[in-house]
Design a protein. Structure first.
Ligand code: NAP
Length: 326
């Protein structure tokens, strides 16, 4: 039986990855920042909270990580913990940079000291690319980074630290450059969850309005449970390599919200208002990726259309809201 340590287990991806690895018969250890206060709602929702071991750790403390690796002897380490919100990173730039960069350096240093054979996955992000010129899209693995938010900058630094430990010390450390991926377990402050949750509640007569920021942005959206499979596939390869994981299509936020309202039979104009206070200081206008390496070399197959994604997200959100109300 293989052992995997996952940081950020309580988040969207952490919960889906825990469930995925348990189904593959792994022993799963989840790192949380405060065991007594940890929100295990996502793990409970997927019915896996009793099947994983939660360990409290401070990823900013190298000695803490060394002790955990020494004691638990993992084969694989998935580093998903991060201050993951672009918007919040403008409010908390220093905290975002500190945690998202130092936690990665500490973990890789601990792996180098304790057991350089531990395979390491780093959660990199499409936000590292920043505003790519339209004519150069789609983005592939060899694109230069030009991040436009503290979050993107922190992820770019963490990405290069991961590459550096691979090149300098021969550690199997790889980055999955994931584009936006959504699910019912997305945090409440993320725009897709806000749209889905509010729209379903409007449908049920529980809420009256939805306030949104810039609807003109275009993103490459996918379905989170499928994306965690790619993380695992990356650590099963013979050679370590970074991959872009995306749907390969861009759609505007306007299109996203229109589709959700249309499918729920709600009049958009009646319920949605655009609030300029919700705009970011600087935003990516359009970005989408090229997933041919992930498909061809990892054998990752993603075949969900944008329409199917929205249908699935609505279906899941309705079930979620009904469960919440019980
Ligand atoms: P998420 O739902 O926001 O989860 C983030 C996780 O990180 C949570 O478990 C959270 O723990 C933990 N965390 C945050 N700050 C921490 C801190 N200071 N100390 C310890 N733990 C901390 O994010 P996600 O959507 O699952 O994303 C997983 C990873 O992929 C993140 O690194 C994110 O930046 C990256 N990523 C996500 C996307 C996407 O579209 N979802 C795209 C590209 C990259 P608490 O429960 O204690 O808050």
């Amino acid at each position: 039986m293989k052992t995997a340590i996952i940081t950020g287990t309580t988040g969207q991806d952490g919960a889906y990855l825990s469930s995925f690895l348990l189904n593959k018969n792994y022993r799963v250890i989840g790192i949380v920042r405060n065991a007594s206060k940890s929100n295990v709602k996502n793990l409970k929702y997927l019915g896996v909270s009793d099947r994983i071991t939660l360990i409290e750790a401070n990823l900013l403390d190298l000695s803490n990580i060394i002790r955990i690796l020494d004691k638990n002897k993992p084969d694989e380490f998935y580093n998903l913990a991060a201050q993951s919100s672009v918007s919040l990173s403008f409010e908390q730039p220093i905290g975002t940079l500190e945690f998202n960069i130092i936690s990665v350096a500490n973990t890789l240093e601990a792996i180098k000291i304790v057991n350089p054979k531990i395979k390491y996955y780093q959660a990199s992000s499409s936000e590292m690319f920043g505003n790519v010129r339209k004519e150069n899209l789609p983005v592939n693995e060899s694109f230069v980074f030009h991040p436009v938010s503290p979050y993107g900058i922190s992820k770019a630094a963490a990405h290069w630290i991961t590459v550096n430990y691979r090149e300098a010390y021969g550690i199997f450390s790889v980055c999955g450059i994931l584009f936006n991926h959504e699910s019912v377990l997305r945090g409440d402050h993320f725009v897709t969850k806000k749209i889905l949750n509010t729209a379903v509640k409007i449908r049920l007569g529980e809420v009256e309005k939805l306030r949104l920021g810039n609807l003109k942005i275009n993103r490459d959206w996918g379905y989170a449970p499928k994306y965690v499979e790619a993380m695992w596939l990356m650590l099963q390869q013979e050679l370590p390599k970074d991959y872009i994981v995306c749907s390969g299509e861009a759609h505007s936020l306007e299109e996203f919200v229109k589709k959700v309202f249309e499918k729920l039979d709600l009049e958009l104009e009646k319920f949605v208002t655009v609030d300029k206070n919700l705009y970011r200081p600087v935003d990516l206008e359009i970005i989408y990726g090229d997933n041919s390496e992930a498909r061809g070399k990892l054998g990752w197959n993603y075949d969900m259309s944008f329409d199917q994604l929205i249908n699935k997200l609505i279906e899941d959100e309705i079930r979620y809201v009904k469960l919440e109300g019980k």
